[in-house]
Structure formats: C-alpha cells, structure tokens
Design a protein around this ligand. Structure first.
Ligand SMILES: O=C(O)[C@H]1O[C@H](OP(=O)(O)OP(=O)(O)OC[C@H]2O[C@@H](n3ccc(=O)[nH]c3=O)[C@H](O)[C@@H]2O)[C@H](O)[C@@H](O)[C@@H]1O
Length: 429
C-alpha cells in the first residue's frame, strides 16, 4: 500500500526526502509546504515554457549560429557584388569545404559575386575549414555560418541578395562514415537539400541550381565507362542512396516549380586543401608518420580502382555548368514553363588502382609506405569507377587535363607546406 507521502509525491523518486521520524508533525507541515512548493513549481514551469516558446518563435537563428543585423546584411551584399559585365551572383553552400572553397575562389577571381554558407561541422578537422575560410576572406568572400536546415536563414539570404545561381556543395560526404552516422546523411543530403530547394522555389527571381551528386550513384553497375543514362538503382552505400535520392528530389522541383537544375556526379576529387577523410590524404599522413596504411582489395584479390579527378578540372566543370545552366522559369512558387534539368559526370576518364596511387605518393614523399592489404569489407565501397564525360564535353567543353601523377605532386607540395614539414628534415628521419 502506498503511504500518504507516496501519494503526494508520486513520481519523483529521490527528489523529495521525507523525515519519517516525526510523522504527525511532518504530515501537516508537509501537506502545506508541499502545496506551496507545487504551486511554485507549476508557475516556474509555465513561465519557462512561455519564454522558451517566444524564444523559438523569435527565430531559430538564436538556437544555432548568430546572423542578421545591418552590418551582417552589408557584408552579405558586398560579397555578392558582381565585378564584371555579364557576371553572376552565386550562393555557394559548403563554401569552406574542399570543392566549395576552390569554386568560390575561382568565381571571385573572374569577378563574380560570391556568398558562402557553411555549418563548419566537425566531420573532419574544422581548423582546416577555418583556414580555407581565411583564404576566402582575404579575397573578399564572406562566409555565413549556418546550417542548410535553417529555413529562416536561407530565406533571409535571398531577401538580401537576388542570387542568380546557387552552387550547392554542402553535404555529408564520405562513403564509409555512413555506417557510423547514418542520420547525418539524412540531415544534410536529404532534409537540407529539400530546405534549400524550398527556398529557391519561393525566391523571386528563382536562381539556377548546380549541385554535387556523386559517382557513387552508379553503385554495383558493371558496365564501364559509366554514362549518365546507365542504371543507378543499385547503390552500395547509404551515402550513394542519399545522393541518388537527391537526383530524384531535384527532378521533382524542376518538374513542378520550374527550377533550372544541374547535378554533377563527381569522381573521387583530390588535390590541395583536400578532405582529410579521403584515402590519398590519410595515406599521406600515415606514410609520413611511419604508420601502416590499409589497402582494400576486391574479390579474388583484384585491386580497387578510382577515376581520381583533380580539383582544378572539377572547378572548370563547376564553372562551365553554372555558365550553361539556363534559367529557372518559376515565380511566386509557380512554374511558368519548362526549365533545364541536367546531370553530368565530372571524372578524369582514366581509372587508377589504389596500389598505384600509393606508388605515386611514395615517389613524391620519398618515403616507403607500410602496406597492409585487407579484403574489402562490406562497407559501401564499389570495386571501380570510370567516367564517360562526353555529355559534359559536348555541353560546356569539359576537358580534364591533370593526370594523377601531376595532381598528387601538387597535393604533396601543399600538404608538406600546410602541415609545416621541413621536407628534408622530416623525410630523412
Ligand atoms: O566519387 C565519389 O563520388 C566519391 O569519392 C570519394 O569516395 P571514394 O571513391 O570512396 O574515395 P576514398 O575514400 O578516397 O577511397 C578511394 C579508394 O581507396 C580505398 N581505400 C580507402 C580507405 C582506406 O583506408 N583504404 C583504401 O584502400 C577505397 O576503397 C577506394 O577504392 C568521396 O569520399 C565521396 O565523398 C565521393 O562522393
């Protein structure tokens, strides 16, 4: 049977302690003070709920990064200014990412307006993103700190600037990390994408959108080289599945709202200022530190191969896509006519195996790698990739010019200088 105290304080074990030694007195005292305490508690609860509601209603921005205000708007406007005739004004999402930072600098260099957006998440070392941001700032590019899922922030950006284009590169990247953190792929690659498309659909004028899909959408496809018309319904990873979903989602927005959309299937992009989670980058780190590297092998000990594509070639492909994107046709959220919907492979057209990638790194680093071969685990990897790039060549003259040997030489030079290697001293150890 529950005691009277238990009935008065039913579901807060451990919270209220009752002295059971002087029951009579305590009972009377407890009931009065208890009621008083409960009343206080309820008032406090109601007050904090109301103030929390108004806090939330007054803008989700206060819950995430800080933005807004006259000074902030001025920075956004200045950064978006176009400095050449016929130039464009571009919102670059993921601007402090690997591809985003390179594309932003290239746009700015030719006189286009650029405003960056980035949430600086810690998927990999955020200090590298901050360093890229400093580089962008030194060229007059303002990067807004915020998340794609912040609808108020996105619509504010379009209130302040009539962007002609959006270069959408913010995403949860990486094939194997999806096993560890599947929700982050849904958050950025699905929910964030839809939020961005909703903003673009409502903007007046609507921008044209170019965005990063991935070669991984070809999944278990065995026909090579991969052409845009090949089947892409057998993804091997959740990452690939979210990119494929992105292609379907963007198609819908093109179809219903008249947004001009171009999806770019990047093929294993590498180069200076790259992503530390990628093989060429982590191999370099380990080789220099004398640590072993793990090289995956496919069935029957077949080497895995990638159509590694140098960043400068990808940047040319991104700019070519922006320049040839065509215009969105909708206004006020309504379609006025058909708008272009395009998908292009941006690869190098010459796959190289992972062991050969390591050979090249050894040569440039002048250090032997400690190779540890492991059978490819079921982690989402595909055995090889190989791009057919004839569509991009036809549409905007895309023509990669950097082979892996040359591109990795540039990467290694950057790596040694960025991480402060006194090349001679370190390498002779
Ligand atoms: O082309 C693409 O669309 C994708 O390219 C890369 O994905 P991935 O090709 O897996 O690039 P890495 O992670 O650098 O791996 C390259 C190769 O090295 C292999 N690898 C990776 C890591 C490792 O420790 N050992 C190893 O042998 C992988 O199996 C793969 O064959 C990017 O990480 C993705 O974000 C991008 O979308």
């Amino acid at each position: 049977m529950p005691s009277i105290e238990d009935e008065l304080f039913p579901s807060t074990p451990g919270k209220f302690k009752i002295d059971r030694s002087n029951r009579q007195l305590n009972r009377c005292f407890a009931s009065t003070s208890t009621m008083f305490l409960w009343a206080l508690f309820l008032i406090a609860l109601t007050a904090s709920y109301l103030s929390f509601q108004s806090f939330v209603d007054s803008g989700s921005r206060y819950l995430t990064a800080s933005w807004g205000g006259i000074q902030w708007e001025k920075q956004v406007r200045t950064s978006a200014q176009i400095h050449r005739s016929g130039g464009i004004s571009v919102l670059v999402t993921g601007a402090t990412g690997f591809v985003g930072s390179h594309v932003s600098l290239a746009l700015r260099k030719r006189g286009d307006g650029v405003v960056g957006l980035d949430n600086f998440n810690n998927y990999y070392d955020p200090s590298l993103k901050r360093a890229r941001m400093s580089l962008l700032s030194s060229r007059g590019i303002f990067v807004v700190e915020g998340d794609l899922n912040d609808a108020k922030l996105l619509s504010k950006l379009f209130d302040v600037v009539a962007f002609t284009h959006v270069m959408h590169l913010a995403a949860q990247a990486g094939v194997r990390y999806a096993l560890e953190n599947p929700q982050s792929y849904v958050h950025s690659n699905i929910a964030g994408l839809v939020n961005l498309l909703e903003t673009c659909k409502a903007a007046n004028p609507q921008p044209a959108i170019v965005w990063a899909s991935s070669s991984s959408v070809y999944g278990l496809n065995e026909k090579a080289p991969f052409s845009e018309s090949d089947r892409t319904d057998q993804p091997a990873s959740l990452y690939a599945a979210t990119k494929k979903a992105g292609e379907e989602i963007t198609h819908t927005y093109n179809h219903i709202y008249g947004l001009a959309i171009t999806g770019l299937r990047f093929f294993t992009v590498y180069g200076p200022w790259g992503r530390p989670d990628m093989a060429y980058f982590s191999f370099t780190r380990n080789i220099l530190q004398g640590k072993p590297i793990t090289i995956y092998r496919g069935k029957n000990r077949v080497d895995l191969a990638r159509d590694f594509t140098f960043i400068d070639d990808i940047v040319k492909g991104c700019l070519g896509s922006l320049d040839s994107s065509g215009k969105s046709t909708g206004s006020g959220g309504k379609k006025r006519g058909a708008a272009p919907y395009r998908i292009f492979n941006l690869g190098n057209t010459s796959p190289v195996t992972v062991p050969i990638l390591v050979d090249i790194l050894e040569k440039h680093l002048k250090v032997k790698a400690k190779r540890n071969f492991v059978e490819m685990p079921g982690n989402g990897d595909v055995p090889f990739t190989h791009a057919n790039i004839s569509s991009a060549r036809r549409e905007f003259g895309y023509k990669p010019t950097t082979d892996l040997e040359t591109g990795l030489k540039k990467f290694v030079r950057w790596y040694l200088s960025y991480y402060g290697y006194n090349t001679k001293a370190k390498l002779e150890q």
